[in-house]
Design a protein around this ligand. Structure first.
Ligand code: LLP
Length: 402
């Protein structure tokens, strides 16, 4: 739970505000983001790496208000599409603190980034190097390297293995050829090397192995800066193993990279635990508890089989617990949010369910499946609530149709 979460008579309070009041004011489903928690998690990374750079991985969750918090706290920002770039600009992030990733950046995206004065572009392929060269720009770049580390995580989010759509392989010599090609390109400054081995990682060994390979390579080509990506995992349920801390991760990296300049790109470990998704219970049928959201606001269970938990957040209940599935309102059976969890046996329509650790890759991956408008994000902070992403409406959806 986010750090300001408290429980009074069975009711969840966040940022000093009762869940029932927030639900009444903003409707459900809604993502409630604890700003104090978000900022504390940013600071934990900044404190862990006082002599380096912390780029927040914007893909986890991004909106202009969050960009303003990041800018004020002194973080930098990792974006990976023209859309994320647009949000960075809208939020007023200084361009020199933005790094642009992605395995298929278009000429137009590259041009916008260069014209804005972006701090760094991470070159992912020779084709992209050609595209950037064709702009004739003066630009700082990093080279994305696949260090050949098979991270222990779901295969959809492991990115550092040999067979990957990302980056230049270290083992087949492409990474070395990319370094030479960049150095031979007038206008481009080789600022550093980048790698990212995967996401939702729980041991520091994968990070350390990648760091060692990257540091060796950097040494051999005379590069002094490494950006080692994100990937630190979070616990989604009570009883899940606790991940290492940012300091643990940085210590493991430091040990391998010595005095090289270091940057990291945490996304999930900052945004994930800060946010609670709030749903209202509708139909209760047998072991199925249907809520007013589902796979459109959280595709992760259906996509990756990701485990979550949910708790009754609007009242106390001493009814015996029963094992149920929390399912959504979408038109398919794969639409579940939480499988097989114990909830009070007297759940009824109108109850609120809270799903913690909903801050990363949920609003950012939400869809409009079944024409369900996407939920708002409400920032709670010191007893005040503020809409930082408004609820989508059916009108918003209809506006697209010709
Ligand atoms: N840097 C790069 C280059 C990345 O590709 C990513 C994540 C990050 C940083 C941030 O990683 P994090 O600290 O959040 O693990 N949709 C998936 C996660 C995809 C992660 C993609 N890249 C999920 O819902 O689990």
């Amino acid at each position: 739970w986010p750090r300001t979460a408290t429980w009074t008579s069975g009711e969840l309070h966040l940022g000093g505000l009762p869940a029932t009041e927030l639900a009444q004011r903003h409707g459900t489903p809604a993502y409630l983001l604890d700003r104090a928690d978000f900022e504390a998690r940013c600071r934990a990374w900044l404190d862990a790496l006082p002599d380096g750079d912390v780029h927040y991985g914007g893909k986890a969750f991004l909106c202009p208000e969050v960009v303003r918090w990041l800018a004020d706290l002194g973080l930098s920002l990792d974006v990976c599409t023209g859309g994320e770039l647009a949000v960075a600009m809208a939020g007023g992030m200084p361009p020199e603190r933005v790094v642009f990733h992605g395995n298929n950046k278009s000429l137009d995206e590259l041009r916008r980034a260069v014209e804005w004065g972006i701090g760094c572009i991470v070159i992912d392929s020779f084709a992209e190097l050609d595209r950037l060269t064709s702009l004739g720009a003066r630009q700082r770049v990093m080279i994305r390297v696949t260090p050949g580390v098979d991270a222990a995580t779901h295969k959809a989010i492991a990115t550092g293995g040999e067979d990957s759509k990302f980056g230049f392989s270290l083992s087949n010599g492409d990474a070395l050829r990319a370094v030479r090609a960049v150095r031979d390109t007038p206008g481009l400054e080789l600022y550093g090397l980048h790698s990212h081995i995967g996401s939702q990682l729980f041991d520091t060994e994968g990070f350390a192995l990648a760091a060692r390979r990257m540091a060796d390579f950097a040494g051999s080509v005379g590069v002094t800066r490494l950006d080692l990506g994100g990937g630190l995992g979070v616990a989604y349920r009570p009883g899940d193993p606790e991940p290492p801390t940012p300091s643990d991760v940085v210590a493991a990296l430091r040990k391998e990279v010595g005095g090289l300049d270091l940057a990291v790109e945490p996304g999930r470990s900052i945004a994930g635990p800060t946010t609670v998704a709030l749903y209202r219970v509708g139909t209760v049928k047998g072991t199925y508890v249907s809520v007013d959201g589902g796979m459109s606001d959280n595709p992760r269970p259906a996509m990756y089989g990701s485990p979550y938990t949910a708790v009754l957040a609007s009242r106390a209940s001493d009814a015996p617990l029963e094992r149920v599935d929390v399912v959504g309102k979408h038109c398919e059976s794969g639409d579940y949010l939480v499988r097989d969890i114990p909830l009070p046996g007297d759940l009824r329509p109108g109850d609120l369910l809270a799903v913690p650790v909903s801050g990363a890759y949920q609003r950012s991956m939400a869809s409009n499946y079944n024409h369900v408008p996407r939920p708002p994000v409400i920032a709670v902070f010191e007893g005040a609530d503020r809409v930082i992403v408004r609820r989508e409406t059916e009108e918003d959806l209809l506006r697209l149709y010709v």
